[in-house]
Design a protein around this ligand. Structure first.
Ligand code: TRP
Length: 457
């Protein structure tokens, strides 16, 4: 039968799991990525589709991912192998684990580079570089960073070392305390920024852009991006949440934890959007400015508000921490697998994984300068070559497909009794709703979005 604990350790309580999973979910995806892709895809309609995807696809799949992880109690590869065996299914289901591990490497490789931007900006904030910034000078400041691969490499290296150190000590140590303090602090600073946006004179324009749906502005590719982001922002589809689920005590409620995590994650993203778009419009910036959007807008706010030196530094430091608690979840499955199957010590496994991720990251660094090239996706011109390709491949394809496979496994290939016992919400309407969502709604929605995007429907 399945184990009741994991060899890699356990969360002490359900609350510790919620903190860790929220730490994984809330990261650059909410503050850096969500605003810029919402901006590139016309705002309101994109945001609406994203929220729909979080509710109808993300939440049920997160529950499935956690329950699978808790039942298997190992790295996603071995968990899927064990459960497939237990349910008398074919061994190919472990491909979910393999694909997820590869997606994790690809994502961490660029995630770490962007986290490096945040470190750079924390120092710039502290050094007073934001003072009286406007739209144009903010662009110069950002351009100078992107055009300097050596500098990017230094920050990327520091972030990867930070991540490797934490992961080598086990995901539990420090994570809980860190998230408990940092998340509320980040939240307060976002509120402060929304407060500044209120004074920018363009607050309503920002809100309208974000919340007034204009479906004409949303392409089929934009719908794929919105769906992909629902997976990305909730850390779904590659086994990160499965891994964290494997450390969850047997008696903790999966459904309630999931709702809390998804709610907090969505609130952070929407707050970030509400802070950023008014500044975009007040300073003559472009909503579709791309991956630099948050680094072009918020420094203007900090540079023009009282106490901006302190708040700006604090904000970017917190952003780095939020990225840190997400990054470790991206490589935990690979580290756990190396420990389980290759008999490596945790520290050694972490170092190997860290080195591979660090090397891959160099491609992203060069994508912003020497190796840049452009192409079209979702009716949008993408200017940053391999970085954009990696982002699209992982977030728009690998995560939704991984999530769909998990939904199919939990909905159709696990016995009803297995998922019912694991979710432990009884046999009533909540369980039945989940089952409809996981069997039909989530897989079909993913399939329809893809078919639509390739022009078949
Ligand atoms: N969710 C994180 C963010 O929004 C990123 C992340 C962490 C992630 N773990 C993941 C994304 C696993 C996809 C899969 O910043």
């Amino acid at each position: 039968m399945t184990a009741t604990t994991s060899i890699h350790g356990m969360w002490s309580t359900r609350f510790a799991f919620i903190l860790a999973a929220t730490g994984s979910a809330v990261g650059l995806g909410n503050i850096w990525k969500f605003p810029y892709i919402a901006g590139e895809n016309g705002g309101g309609a994109f945001v609406l589709v994203y929220i729909l995807c979080v509710s109808a696809i993300g939440i049920p799949i997160m529950m499935a991912e956690i329950l699978i992880g808790r039942r298997g109690r190992q790295s996603p590869i071995n968990t899927m192998r064990t459960l497939a065996h237990e349910e008398s299914r074919h061994g190919f289901w472990q491909m979910i684990g393999w694909g997820g591990m590869i997606a994790g490497f690809l994502i961490i490789s660029y995630y770490s580079v962007i986290a490096g931007w945040a470190i750079a900006y924390a120092f710039r904030a502290l050094g007073g570089a934001f003072t009286s910034l406007n739209g144009e000078t903010a662009g110069d400041l950002f351009g100078a960073l992107l055009g300097d691969p050596e500098r990017l490499l230094a920050w990327h290296t520091i972030f990867m070392v930070m991540t490797t150190i934490v992961i080598s000590r086990g995901v539990r140590s420090g994570l809980e305390q860190a998230v408990r303090v940092l998340m509320p602090a980040l939240f307060v600073l976002l509120l402060l920024l929304v407060g500044y946006a209120l004074t920018s004179g363009k607050f309503m324009a920002g809100l309208e852009f974000l919340f007034l749906p204009d479906f004409g502005a949303l392409s089929a590719g934009g719908v794929v991006t919105a769906m992909g982001h629902a997976f990305f922002t909730l850390s779904l589809g590659m086994g990160a949440i499965m891994m964290y689920g494997s450390y969850l005590p047997a008696d903790a409620s999966i459904a309630r934890s999931t709702l809390i995590i998804a709610l907090m994650d969505t609130m952070v993203a929407l707050l970030a959007g509400m802070a950023i778009f008014p500044i975009v419009f007040a300073n003559g910036l472009e909503p579709g400015a791309g991956p630099g959007l948050v680094f072009l807008t918020l420094p203007i706010a900090f540079g023009n508000m009282p106490g901006g030196l302190l708040f700006g530094t604090l904000f970017f430091v917190l952003l780095v921490f939020a990225a840190w608690t997400s990054a470790i979840s991206l490589i935990e499955p690979a580290v756990a697998w190396l420990v389980e199957n290759q008999g490596l010590q945790r520290v050694r496994a972490s170092v190997y994984v860290g080195i591979v991720a660090w090397l891959l990251g160099i491609v992203t660094i060069m994508s912003f300068s020497h190796w840049a090239f452009s192409f079209d996706f979702a009716g949008e011109e993408k200017k940053n070559g391999v970085f954009d390709l990696l982002d699209i491949l992982t977030a728009n394809f690998m995560l939704p497909l991984g999530g769909m496979a998990m939904a199919l496994f939990a909905g159709w290939f696990m016995a009803r009794a297995s998922t019912r016992d694991e979710l432990a919400i009884g046999e009533g309407s909540a369980y039945r709703l989940w089952r409809v969502l996981i069997r039909y709604v989530a897989p079909l929605a993913v399939a329809l979005v893809f078919l639509n995007a390739i022009g078949l429907i």
